[in-house]
Each structure stands twice: as C-alpha cells, then as structure tokens.
Design a protein around this ligand. Structure first.
Ligand code: UGA
Length: 474
C-alpha cells in the first residue's frame, strides 16, 4: 500500500522504515530541513539499534523516501501522524503540530484518506481531528480518523514494531479497521523478512485489538502511567529497604514471581526519564483533572519520581562529606541504555545539582554526549569511562550501559582518587565491585565496604586511595 508518515522523530522514522520493511511504499516527511537533508542523504539523525539497517535496505529497495509534508499528504492513502506532542508549562500536551497537519490535510488532500494518530495524544484528540478535517475541508476530502497508539521503547523500537504484543486500533468505521488490518497483515501473521533476528521464528502472533478511538487513546496514556507507577512504587520500597536493612532486589524478585504483578519495571533507581513517561504522566493527570477526576495516585507517582534526584544527591553528600571542589565521574547520560536521547534524563538534573554544589563533573556516555553537550556544555566530556574516572572522588553510575559492567576494575581502582562507586541503577554486582577494593553504594541495598583483599594492587603508585593499605586479588 502507499503510506505516508508525517514526522521523522523516533516514532515516525521507526514506523516509516518498518512499514517499508514489511512491503509498503512509504513517504516520510520531516519539517526540520536540516534533519530532512540528513535523511535524504542516507544519514540517521538519531541512534537507534538496527534502524540504520532497515532504513538503508528500504531506501535501496525504493520503498522509502523522504520529503515535505505537502508531498507526503499527496502520496499515501493512509497518513500516519507522528509529530511531537511536547508538554506545555501547565502539563497539557501541546497539540499545535497535530492541528497544523490536520489543517494541511484538509486543505490539500482530495479523495479518500485514512488519517491515523500515532503520536501520544489526550483522549478525544480523534474527535477534534475529525472536526478540524471537516471544518477546513476545501478539496472534497473524504476521510476516516483512527487512533493507533505506538508502544515502542527507545533502544528496541524496531524489534517492538515488528514483534509487538498487541496492535491497538481505535476506529469508527469498518473501512478504517479493514485498512489497518491490511497495513499490519505481515506483522499480524509474523510473515516478513526480519532485519533484527537472523533466524527469526517462534514469535507469538500479536493480538489485534479493535476499540473505539477514545479507548485506544486512553490505552496508551494509561499504559505508560501504569508502568511509571510501578517504577515509583518500587522506588518507595527501595527507600524502605534502605531504612530497615532489606534488599530491594530480592523484594522485587519475590514480587515479580507473582504473574499478576510480573517482574518487569520493578528496577529501582534514580527515577524514570525520557520524552514519554514524565510528560505522559503529567498529561494524564491534566486529562483527568479536566474531566473532573482527581487522579491523586498519579500525582504521587510524579512526586516520588521528582524526589529521586535529591535523594541520590543526598547519598553523594553523605559519602563525600563536602561536595564542593570534588571531582565526580558520571557514567551514563542517556535516560536509559541503547539510546542517545537525553530529553528529561535524570542525568541532566543530577549534573546541574552537583554543579550547583560546586563539584567538578567529568562525564562519559557511549552515545549521548553530543546531545548532552548542547544542554550542559559546562562539564568535561571524556573519551571513555576510564578517562572520566581519572582522579575522581566518586563514580556515579547513572545509565546502565552494558559496557560499564565489563570494565577492568583494577585499572579503574588505579586511577581514582577515592575508590567509591555510587550506582544509581543497581547496574553492577556488589560482590565483584567490593572485591576489587571499592566502597559500593547502590539503591535499596546495604552499602558494601571494600573487601579485605589478599594481593597488592600492581599498578596504582600515584593514587591516593582511602584503601591504599588494602590489597586486591589478581
Ligand atoms: C516508554 C514505554 O515503555 C513504551 O511502551 C512507550 O511506547 C514509550 O514510552 C512511548 O510512549 O513512546 P521509553 O520511554 O522508550 O518507552 O522507555 P522505557 O524503557 O519505558 O523507560 C522509561 C524510563 O523508566 C527510563 O528512564 C528507565 O530508566 C526507567 N525505568 C524503567 C526504571 O527506572 N525502572 C524500570 O524498572 C524500568
């Protein structure tokens, strides 16, 4: 089918590329001309595993092209709206980009179009879309409006698109439902050339759930808010564990074994970030408020999350005694691993708080430093985790990138000023870290002192470690 995707952000670009991958003829538009130029030259403006491969092969097969919104509107029988819905100062979602696209479709398109909202929007946006398409219709446009929320996670978005648990479509006509079924048929049947897995098989066919438009819109906001609630819940349990001396990892494991609860999203840490959870929780609170419903539960979720940074900084203060003048290494800036996205990342608020206390910050992230630099230019960006650790009084693990788990700990020990690791993601193994002579502080677990070690550190002549009388094993 000829399909159009408006907006080449994380959602739009993945959607366009994957729709082309499963056999459709896709036109993707982008209004940011610099970004559009990159895409037309075969460059990706974001880091997303596997996406480069999918975009390149779709372009080579002639099934994916990039251009203007006007050309996209003229191209497809179905138009996916994937433009941004950033938060307004009052927490509402800013729908001006969606409104502008609707107006353009109404004025420029003729004949039939299925207009699909894929961006995360408040309930009843579909109703407003229908109204706008009809008010500005000047060319004899015939249309249906559908809601098809995305459940893509950054870092695994290609896999999530191609192997979803569910495809939700909110429609008000059989024609819209049938078209969406046809678009997604290869995914529903799990029959397509999979770019992610070499031997791809055994995936469960996803549930194709058909609802009214409002329910589909609510499913998205309710899902993200529920997941955010799980995170805030376990973060409070972590606080409690720290007070009573229990281990939150064990508590989460025990809870997660109950299939009604499930193990996912019970990892405590410095809080949820990114461009989805913080804004979606806020928007959901506002949607409820406007409907006369006080969703106070979600207000607590938000409050607990906002307190995570201060609690973490408090740990740093407790460990360092005086933060002013201390050298702090930040490992990880992205809001989670396998992305270069730093929007609403806990790292940003954390770094700002440390700078405000007079610390010197050296940071390293495998992918997110270019984006972080534009928000916090005043810190030192380093070539790798080791460089960031040189002379540090504390290493803070802020994003749980795999590479931080596989470092040469003897080397790290030899270059730090103080052997102290404060792990905001419980990413490291306490026993291993303490074994190498570090004091290890994490979330919701007992602090671990450096182990009594048995062999001397061979290459640390210049470091002034607290534990420099101790020895480490080979
Ligand atoms: C989230 C949802 O998971 C997707 O289903 C949804 O489609 C997407 O938002 C969206 O609305 O577009 P994403 O923002 O990519 O996806 O990231 P998540 O993997 O959900 O993580 C969100 C935040 O929660 C991260 O900061 C992560 O570190 C944090 N988190 C996650 C925890 O602190 N603990 C956990 O157990 C899980």
């Amino acid at each position: 089918m000829k399909l159009s995707v408006i907006g080449a952000g994380y959602v739009g670009l993945t959607t366009a590329a994957c729709l082309a991958q499963i056999g459709h003829d896709v036109f993707c538009s982008e209004s940011d001309l610099e970004k559009l130029g990159k895409l037309q030259n075969g460059e990706l403006p974001i880091f997303e595993p596997c996406l480069d491969k999918v975009v390149a092969s779709a372009r080579k097969a002639g099934r994916l092209r990039f251009g203007s919104t006007e050309d996209a509107i003229a191209w497809g029988n179905a138009i996916f709206i994937c433009v941004g819905t950033p938060p307004l100062p009052n927490g509402d979602a800013d729908l001006s980009a969606i409104e502008a696209v609707a107006r353009m479709i109404a004025k420029r398109a003729s004949g039939y179009r299925l207009v699909i909202e894929k961006s995360t929007v408040p309930v009843q946006t579909g109703t407003q879309l229908r109204r706008h398409l009809s008010v500005h219709n000047t060319n004899g446009l015939r249309y249906d409006v559908a809601s098809n929320p995305e459940f893509l996670r950054e870092g695994t978005s290609v896999e999530d698109f191609l192997h979803p648990d569910r495809i939700v479509v909110g429609v008000d006509s059989t024609r819209a439902e049938e078209l969406l079924r046809e678009i997604y048929r290869p995914i529903i049947d799990q029959r397509f050339a999979c770019p992610v897995h070499e031997e791809c098989g055994g995936w469960k066919e996803p549930k194709f759930l058909v609802t009214d438009t409002g329910s589909a819109e609510l499913i998205k906001h309710a899902s993200n808010s529920f997941l955010a609630m799980k995170i805030s819940f376990i973060n409070m349990v972590a606080n409690l564990c720290e007070t009573v001396g229990a281990d939150v990892t064990k508590v989460a494991e025990g809870m997660g074994l109950d299939p009604r609860i499930g193990a996912a999203f019970l990892n405590p840490g410095i809080g949820f970030g990114g461009f989805c959870f913080p804004k979606d929780v806020q928007a959901f609170i506002r949607i409820a408020e406007k409907s006369g419903c006080d969703f106070s539960l979600l207000k607590e979720v938000e409050k607990i999350n906002q307190a995570r940074i201060e609690l973490f900084v408090e740990k740093v203060r407790r460990e360092l005694w005086v933060v002013r003048g201390k050298k702090i290494a930040i490992w990880g800036l992205a809001f989670k691993p396998n992305t270069d996205d730093v929007r609403f990342a806990p790292s940003i608020a954390l770094v700002k708080a440390l700078l405000a206390e007079g610390a010197a910050v050296n940071a390293y992230d495998p992918q997110a430093m270019t984006k972080a630099r534009s928000i916090i230019p005043e810190i030192q960006y380093c070539a790798d985790a080791y460089e960031a650790a040189i002379g540090s009084d504390a290493i803070l693990v802020v994003t749980e990138w795999d590479e931080f788990r596989a470092l040469d700990w003897k080397r790290v020990l030899s270059i730090v000023e103080q052997p102290l690791i404060i792990d905001g993601r419980n990413a490291l193994q306490p026993e291993e870290i303490s074994h190498y002579g570090f004091r290890y502080v994490s979330v919701g677990r007992a602090d671990i002192l450096p182990r009594r070690l048995t062999e001397s550190v061979p290459h640390s002549p210049t470091s002034k470690k607290e534990t420099n009388t101790q020895e480490v094993p080979a």
